[in-house]
Structures are given as structure tokens and as C-alpha cells.
Design a binder for this molecule. Structure first.
Ligand code: GLN
Ligand code: ZN
Length: 755
């Protein structure tokens, strides 16, 4: 008996980010469309070769968008908003215009794909919209795979997930009403795939793991009865959570297979062993597609064997979700600590794990004895290594008491102490932390990392940047200064590099959106801060000026959220360890005489679980971790926090519970709408609503900033308002920054004369 193995998707960027380079060269006009397509075809074949050579039963096709897979669906079904003036997405120019904007129209919006750090382009739906196949790419790639000699399993974003993830352009318009128009196009796509000789199509409906309203759930029957007309086998793929509560509903759909994420939700298997018909395929995602640890093959095989007894060759073995969320290949990561490296599996290694499990299931555990031994050894070494569990950290963790989570006094008392220490004007002005990361700064850091620049010279180069930043801020007349974060490559990596328990890959890139990639640090052990991480830079900045300097730290939840984290303990415990390390840094900053400390938590909102029922537990420990980090200081030390992505209306009580003395938030794009929520909730502490959008090079006129501040005064007591941009300025250029901040300071001064 052979067991079918596959992956729901594979990384697209190429082992050395070849797609990124090709895309950027194309956009810069240095690579024409034909050459871009040729490079893309090379990468595509490379991915198929990896899957074929690993021994997978299928290779996945249609999971290689040039920009984004939701955009490819928009192109496939012709859901192109009229403002783009295009109806045919085969033309690359038209395709990229949707993603990046054009003279005719701004780009589609982008947002996070479920609870991952991948961003997709948001489809726009309007009443009366029609659909038709508008891109041949998928069909071409199926032929290409055939020509390459591999068995293709095309993958599509399912019709309901596609509609759900889009937005209704007119308020009140129900985009689900477009389903009946959309389905015939899906049927046509499936029929064409069948005509191309395709046996199985994977149709992704990850929205099944969300809290879905009844009309959406009911629509699954209609949708999949329609798709069944095409006569091709459908593997309905779910991931990112349990769909157990829908087991009977799913069993009633006319689909031939179902994929489950057993990494996130192993407990759901029982429901499907009971309810999923035995004559249909069950694809079990036992290898984690979201994290970089080697699979525990023994455990996975045990799970598969239970299912296999009952299902025989109707059982398929897979990754939990697309491997898009992990780096391509561990090969070449020679600089990683060998022990840490032995615990890891990137996409390439996960392919081998899946195939091994398939073999173990088909031929028995003995057939994979060597692999089982190696996996067991890795799991044991990660679990037992005395580098992972640090007794000092454990002791400290056990000794935390409730008082450490609270400031000494309530806000009103702290507020008075802070005002006495820092005599600030009404509408104090400040920034969010970073100033432009100039090419010179990046070049200096690269040289220093390659050891082509001595540490002392690098230190001096960064100090020169700090001097420049302080001088400019003083001459602009800002009230609370920052050192500018010149020394930081990235707000998580910078701290991770200085903490024990973190490792960094050389090439572990993961796509964030389009050509953008991130390299998440790997948090593998107990977190311990051997020495201060930021104090010298901040104290140096403070030594240059009589104005107060605000220190900048990254909060525990953002550190957690933007790293690959360990799975051998709850996330909450890892967050607590991070919080203790940051707490020490906060106290050291205070000791060094710094009176204001900002702890950035831009990722607190995105860490929310997919199901609302799980929110309160998450928020409780996330808020706790922040407070543990922030609360070790005197009343007169002012704690700031910063959050971008303003959509946290729904968690405002938890934001307030952070009890930061000052919060700075992104509001300018939403024209201060967020503040209404702050008023409705009576947010108690000080607020700095961002008065201009740092994502654009545009210089905000003083009058516009004044309008926003007046609006803010309508909802927040003017004595509690700060004046600042939306976010850090590291992606901007100095001339823009200076002009924009000059207008901002002018607006604050005008406000002082009015209030
Ligand atoms: N302090 C950081 C900066 O200014 C904050 C970045 C962020 O909010 N994402 O760059
Ligand atoms: Zn921000």
C-alpha cells in the first residue's frame, strides 16, 4: 500500500530570494517581463524538483504567485476593481498595478493573512460585479508541470474564503450575495483543470477555522454542490485551527477529500475519525507548516497509525498548512550553533519528514527506524539540553509575585510625579523612535558585521548619528527627544541578538508580502539578558541635551509574535521570560537617569487568537507580560507604549489595562476615528494620536495637523494629549522628516496659544 504525500503549498521566494531580486529588478525597469517570467519559471521548476526528489506523491501547482495568492485569485476570476481600468490580468503591468498602484489608481489594500505575518491583497466587492476567467497563469502552470514530468495538484483559494477575506466597498453591501455569480467561474476553472488531466484540486477554505456566521456556513453546501459539477476530485483544505465543530456539515459536502491542521489542532482528529466518511480521503497535516522545529516523528507516526488502521490508503500525509510560512532550506546555515541547528527543519527538511512518515505508515515503523532515531534524539536534546532550561530564569519565574505586575501608584499620582520631574508644555511634541536609516548607516553596519569595520569605528559612526538626531530635534524645538535607533537593524532582531535563548539564521527568509521578506529570529531556550542592551546609546543621547530623552524598547509580545518560538512550553511562559528581560532593561535605563521609557507593542493586536472565545485568555497574559516589563520603576518615570495598525477598538479595555502613562497610536489614516473609541471607553491615561502618516513622503501642512489636533481635543482632554507622527521615521529621508516635524511643532505651538 502506498500512502499519498503532499504539501498544501511551498515557499515562493526561492532559496536565495531569487524572486525578490527579479521582481525588484523588473519594477526598477532593469528586467523585462519575459526575463522575469523566465526567472519565475526556473524557481517554479526548482520547487517542483524539490517536491519530486523528496518523493512526494503530488507537486503543488498554483501556489506560486508573482506577488500574492489572493491577488492571483482576483486575477483568475476577474475580480478587478473598475478603478484600475483593466479587465485582463494576463498582462504583468495590469497585475502589478493591482498590488502596487499606478497612475490610474492606488493599490489594493493589504492585510494580514489570518494570524500569520504574511500579508495578502484585499479583494474589493461591489454590487453588480461580474466575474470571468481573466488569467491563464494557473492553466499554463499545470501544463508546465506536466511537461516537467510531475503530477500536479493545483490549489485554489476557495470561493467562500475569497469572498470572506475581501471587503464590501459600499457600506452594508453583503459580499456573500456575489457567491452565485462567482461559482460558475470556479466551475469553469475546475472543468478546465479536469480537461487538462488533473485528478485532484486542493481548494483552501481556511475561514472554517474562524467564528463564522451562520449564512457563511450554510453557503458551503450551495458552493460545493456547484463545484462538484466540474467532476474533478476536490480536497477541501482547512488550516490554522480546529474545524471539529463543523464535522457533520463537512461530511455532507460532495467533496472527495478533507485536509486538517493537526499541528494547531491535534484534538480535532477524533471528530473526523468518527464523522468523515471512510471512503473519502483524509489528509492529515502532522508536520507543522508554521514553525521551524523538527517534527517528533514518533508522535506523528502514532497519530497516523491510529487513523491509518481505519482509513487505509485513503489517508494522506501532509504539512499542517502551506510551507510559505517557513524558510526554504536549512542547508547552508553553517553559522548556526550545531546543537540548535539539529533541532530545526525548514521547508526542504519538512518535505523529507512528510515522505518519511508516509513510508513509515505504509511499510511500518521499522522501515524508518533510522529517521525515527534521529528525530527522537533531536527532540530529546532540545527537551533536555541544559542550555534550554536556565535554572536562574526558572527560579526567577517561580518567584514572580502579583505586586511586580503593578506600578507603585495609580495613574493620577504617577502623573503628578512625572509632571513635577518633567516640566513639559501642553501638547508636548515627540516622535516614535526611529530616524532615517540612511544608506550610510546600513553600509556601516554591514561592514561592521563582516568585520571590515572595527567596533570602535562603528560605535563612533552610530554616535555621530545620535549627535545629528539630537541636534536636529533641538533645532526643531521638539520637547521629548529620542536617540533615533540608528544602531538597530530591526526592532526584534536588535534585542534578540543580545539575549540568550535566541538564534539567527543567515538565510531564513520568509515572505511578508510581494517581494518583502522577513527573517524571524529563532527563540529556542529560556530568555536571559546577560547585560544592558540599550542603556549606553540612550545615556549618550541624554548626555548631549538638557531636554528629556525617551528610551526605546520592544515589548515582550512583539518579540514573541515576530519570532519563531519554542513549542515545548506555552507562549505565555515565553512571554513572561521576555518580560523579565525587558523589565531589567527598563530598570537599568531608570538607574542611568532616563525619565521616559517607551515599550513598543505594535504586535499586540495581531497576536489575538482566531476565535473570540480564546481572546480573554490571551489578553490576560499579554497584558500581564507588558505590565511585568513596565512596572519595576518609580512613579516619576514615565512609561510610554506605541502601537501601529489602529484596529484595536475591540480590545480597548485591554489596551487601557496596560496602564502605560502615555500611548502613541496610528490615527492619521483613519482621520482620528479611533479616538471616538477612546472617548466612548473613557481611556484614562495620556494619548498621542499620530498626526501624520509616515508611510508617505508627503509633508503634512500645519493646517491639516491643526485640524486633526482640534478633532482630538473634541474627544480627549487637551491636557492629556501628545503630538507625534504615526510611527517611526526610519523609512523616510531626512529632508522630509525635518519639514514634516517642523510643521508638527508649529501646529503644537499654535494649539498652546489656543488652549
Ligand atoms: N520605535 C520603533 C520605531 O520608531 C517603532 C516601530 C513600530 O511601531 N513598528 O521604528
Ligand atoms: Zn508604529
Amino acid at each position: 500500500m502506498a500512502i499519498r504525500t503532499h504539501v498544501p503549498g511551498f515557499p515562493r521566494i526561492g532559496a536565495h530570494r531569487e524572486l525578490k531580486s527579479a521582481l525588484e529588478a523588473h519594477w526598477a525597469g532593469d528586467l523585462d517581463a519575459a526575463d522575469l517570467e523566465a526567472t519565475a519559471a526556473d524557481i517554479r521548476r526548482g520547487r517542483w524538483a524539490r517536491q519530486r526528489d523528496a518523493g512526494l506523491g503530488f507537486v503543488t501547482v498554483g501556489d506560486f504567485p508573482l506577488y500574492d495568492h489572493v491577488l492571483d485569485t482576483i486575477a483568475l476570476v476577474g475580480a478587478i476593481p473598475p478603478r484600475f481600468g483593466a479587465t485582463d490580468a494576463n498582462d504583468l503591468g495590469a497585475y502589478f498595478a493591482l498590488a502596487r498602484g499606478s497612475a490610474a489608481s492606488p493599490a489594493l489594500e493589504m492585510t494580514k493573512w489570518f494570524d500569520t505575518n504574511y500579508h495578502y491583497l484585499v479583494p474589493e466587492f461591489t454590487a453588480g460585479m461580474t466575474f470571468r476567467i481573466s488569467s491563464e497563469r494557473l492553466f499554463r502552470e499545470v501544463d508546465e508541470a506536466r511537461a516537467f514530468g510531475v503530477e500536479p495538484k493545483p490549489v485554489l483559494v476557495g470561493p467562500l474564503t475569497f469572498l470572506y477575506l475581501g471587503k464590501s466597498v459600499a457600506p452594508g453591501f453583503d459580499r456573500l450575495s456575489l457567491l452565485e455569480r462567482l461559482l460558475p467561474v470556479y466551475v469553469e476553472v475546475l472543468a478546465r483543470l479536469k480537461a487538462q488531466g488533473v485528478e485532484w484540486v486542493q481548494v483552501d477554505e481556511p475561514i472554517l477555522a474562524l467564528d463564522l456566521a451562520e449564512p457563511w456556513l450554510e453557503a458551503f453546501g450551495l458552493a460545493y454542490r456547484a463545484l462538484a459539477q466540474a467532476g474533478v476530485n476536490i480536497l477541501l483544505a482547512t488550516y490554522f485551527g480546529s474545524v471539529a465543530e463543523h464535522a457533520t456539515r463537512l461530511a455532507a459536502l460532495p467533496v472527495q477529500g478533507l485536509h486538517l491542521d493537526l499541528a494547531r489542532a491535534p484534538e480535532q482528529l477524533d471528530a473526523f475519525l468518527r464523522d468523515w466518511p471512510a471512503d473519502r480521503v483524509l489528509s492529515l497535516g502532522v508536520v507543522d507548516g508554521r514553525n521551524i522545529w523538527r517534527a517528533d516523528l514518533e508522535k506523528a507516526l502514532a497519530t497516523l497509525e491510529i487513523a491509518g488502521k481505519q482509513r487505509g490508503d485513503k489517508l494522506w500525509v501532509s504539512a499542517s498548512c502551506s510551507l510559505l510560512h517557513v524558510p526554504v532550506d536549512l542547508a547552508g546555515e553553517d553559522k548556526l550553533d550545531p546543537e540548535v541547528r539539529s533541532w530545526l527543519a525548514f521547508a526542504q527538511q519538512k518535505l523529507a519528514e512528510i515522505v518519511t512518515l508516509g513510508r513509515g505508515l505504509a511499510e511500518g515503523a521499522d522501515a524508518i527506524a533510522a529517521e525515527l532515531d534521529a528525530s527522537r534524539a533531536a527532540v530529546r536534546s532540545h527537551g533536555k539540553s541544559d542550555r534550554v532550561a536556565n535554572p536562574l530564569v526558572r527560579k526567577r519565574l517561580a518567584a514572580i509575585d502579583a505586586a511586580q505586575y503593578e506600578r507603585r501608584s495609580v495613574f493620577a499620582i504617577r502623573h503628578a510625579a512625572q509632571r513635577a520631574r518633567l516640566p513639559l508644555p501642553l501638547f508636548p511634541t515627540t516622535t516614535i523612535g526611529s530616524f532615517p536609516q540612511t544608506p550610510e548607516i546600513r553600509a556601516a553596519r554591514a561592514k561592521w558585521k563582516r568585520r571590515e569595520m572595527k567596533s570602535l569605528a562603528y560605535l563612533e559612526a552610530m554616535r555621530a548619528e545620535i549627535r545629528r538626531a539630537i541636534e536636529i530635534q533641538e533645532s526643531l524645538g521638539l520637547d521629548v527627544l529620542v536617540h533615533g535607533e540608528a544602531e538597530r537593524n530591526d526592532m526584534v532582531e536588535y534585542f534578540g541578538e543580545q539575549l540568550h535563548g535566541y538564534a539567527f539564521s543567515a538565510n531564513g527568509w520568509v515572505q511578508s508580502y510581494g517581494s518583502r521578506c522577513v527573517k524571524p529570529p529563532i527563540l529556542w531556550g529560556d530568555i536571559h539578558r546577560p547585560e544592558p542592551m540599550t542603556v549606553e546609546w540612550t545615556a549618550y543621547a541624554q548626555s548631549l541635551t538638557s531636554r528629556p530623552v525617551k528610551a526605546m524598547l520592544t515589548g515582550p509580545i512583539t518579540m514573541l509574535q515576530w519570532s519563531f518560538v519554542r513549542t515545548d512550553q506555552p507562549r505565555s511562559q515565553t512571554a513572561t521570560q521576555l518580560a523579565l528581560a525587558i523589565r531589567d532593561e527598563v530598570r537599568d535605563l531608570e538607574k542611568a537617569g532616563i525619565g521616559l521609557i517607551q515599550i513598543d507593542e505594535p504586535a499586540i493586536r495581531e497576536g489575538l487568537p482566531l476565535r473570540a472565545a480564546d481572546w480573554s485568555a490571551y489578553l490576560a497574559w499579554a497584558v500581564g507580560a507588558f505590565k511585568l516589563a513596565a512596572s519595576g520603576v518609580q512613579d516619576a518615570t514615565q512609561i510610554h507604549t506605541h502601537m501601529c495598525y489602529s484596529e484595536f477598538h475591540d480590545i480597548l479595555p485591554s489596551i487601557a489595562a496596560l496602564d502605560a502613562d502615555v500611548i502613541t497610536i496610528e490615527t492619521s489614516r483613519s482621520r482620528m476615528e479611533l479616538l471616538d473609541a477612546f472617548r466612548a471607553f473613557a481611556y484614562p491615561n495620556e494619548i498621542g494620536p499620530g498626526v501624520y502618516d509616515i508611510h508617505s513622503p508627503r509633508i503634512p501642512p500645519t493646517g491639516e495637523i491643526l485640524d486633526l489636533l482640534e478633532k482630538a481635543c473634541d474627544v480627549v482632554d487637551p491636557r492629556r494629549l501628545w503630538v507625534n507622527p504615526d510611527c517611526g521615521l526610519k523609512t523616510r529621508h531626512w529632508p522630509e522628516v525635518q519639514a514634516a516635524l517642523a510643521n508638527m511643532v508649529a501646529a503644537a505651538r499654535e494649539m498652546r496659544s489656543r488652549y
